[in-house]
Design a protein around this ligand. Structure first.
Ligand code: KG4
Ligand code: ZN
Length: 356
């Protein structure tokens, strides 16, 4: 089934064509530079940019892949969670295409799409435990199939990516700063005693990163010399951070990765039949998180399902990939499909042919 995937939940506008689980082509326009001026995503500007790019991206994608509109057999669109206005632009576009061409419309849960994106690079394995770590979410899941994914634990406050971005902001790094903390920390060994791993003295599978962010902010207040880089310095080619700044970046990154490791190990303990460990979302692009999760999977004898870094951050390929799986299982929507903003549960509200 040739499936068009559309992603517009936050600050990336993307469109992809996926057929039989294979990515035929993708176009992504990032708004990061525009929002960086404001230090974070400005929802109203994001929606306008999505609207501006959706049509040209489709034209460009069709031209690049040699496909024509009549080839597209279903339209999959990220229906949440995300920024409401941004989601609505993608939904309106997808509904118009589906209605105009008389093809199925499939609303896709952006989080599940992140988890399963690795299926474009290797065979999916079930049952499994899934860790989704992005700018808005830190979730652990029990995954029995692509259509049966249950939440085990979640962050009670900041998401892991949000903690990265807030700490990066304290250090005057450009938004979104997660990747800069990752890159600048790579040259230094972490001080594993600098910050406590947050919210581990319990038996649950939830996370809490806001205390860690506060601990780093106190540390930075006590060491104001750490905030010495200007935004341009960080981006200059060949920039080498001072050793104390590199050590801070490395120690913070280690603390987040270690916290994720402990709770993920706990989740694997609660799902003894798991054969795989999925790690997905923007923070899964982090070098230390990738290493730590590789070690954990090896220790527990499960297969690590970790997409290449380019597939970790927001993209439309994952929407098309999961959309095709849903479409083939008969899970489709009608034009009443609603956008679900961040913080609200995504209903399983597919049409009659759900196969569940
Ligand atoms: O999945 P994603 O692209 O968007 C959301 O759905 O949120 O994740 C974006 C998040 C941002 O917080 C960004 O700073 C973080 O992923 N991120 C990283 C890295 N690359 C992206 N965090 C740490 N290390 C990285 N290499
Ligand atoms: Zn995402």
């Amino acid at each position: 089934m040739l499936c068009l995937g559309i992603e517009s939940s936050c600050d990336e506008t993307a469109m992809a064509l996926v057929q039989d689980g294979v990515l035929l082509g993708q176009r992504i326009v990032s708004q990061v530079d525009m929002h960086a001026v404001f230090g974070g995503v400005v929802p109203e500007l994001a929606s306008r940019e999505h609207l501006r790019w959706l049509y040209p991206l489709l034209d460009d994608l069709l031209e690049a892949t040699g496909a024509v509109m009549a080839d597209i057999q279903c339209v999959a669109v990220a229906r949440g969670p995300g920024l409401l206005g941004s989601l609505l632009t993608g939904l309106g576009f997808a509904k118009g295409l589906a209605y105009g061409r008389g093809i199925p419309l499939i609303g896709v849960n952006h989080l599940m799409a992140h988890l399963l994106a690795v299926g474009m690079e290797r065979e999916l394995i079930f049952p499994a435990v899934g860790l989704l770590v992005s700018g808005g979410h830190t979730h652990l899941y029990a995954m029995r199939s692509p259509l049966d994914i249950q939440l085990l634990g979640r962050t009670l406050d900041d998401a892991a990516g949000e903690a990265f971005d807030k700490v990066a902001k304290l250090l005057n790094f450009p938004y979104p700063g997660g990747r800069h903390l990752d890159a600048l920390g790579q040259g230094a060994a972490p001080d594993t005693t600098l910050f406590p791993c947050p919210y581990l003295r319990n038996t649950n599978l939830d996370f809490s990163f806001s205390g860690l962010k506060t601990a780093v902010s106190y540390y930075v207040q006590e060491h104001p010399d750490l905030v010495r880089a200007s935004m341009d310095t960080i981006l200059a080619p060949g920039y080498e951070p001072e050793p104390d700044l590199a050590r801070l970046c490395s120690s913070f990154t280690w603390t987040v990765a270690e916290t994720l490791r402990v709770k993920t190990a706990r989740a694997l303990g609660q799902c003894p039949d798991a054969k795989g460990l999925y790690v997905a979302g923007g923070v899964a692009a982090n070098t230390v998180v990738r290493e730590v999760m590789g070690e954990l999977a090896a220790q527990r004898g499960v297969t690590l399902l970790l997409p290449s870094p380019g597939l970790c951050t927001d993209n439309a390929a994952m929407i098309g990939f999961y959309g095709e799986i849903l479409g083939e299982a008969g899970c489709v929507h009608d034009l009443e499909l609603e956008a679900i903003p961040r913080g609200k549960p995504i209903p399983w509200d597919y049409g009659e042919l759900t196969g569940r």
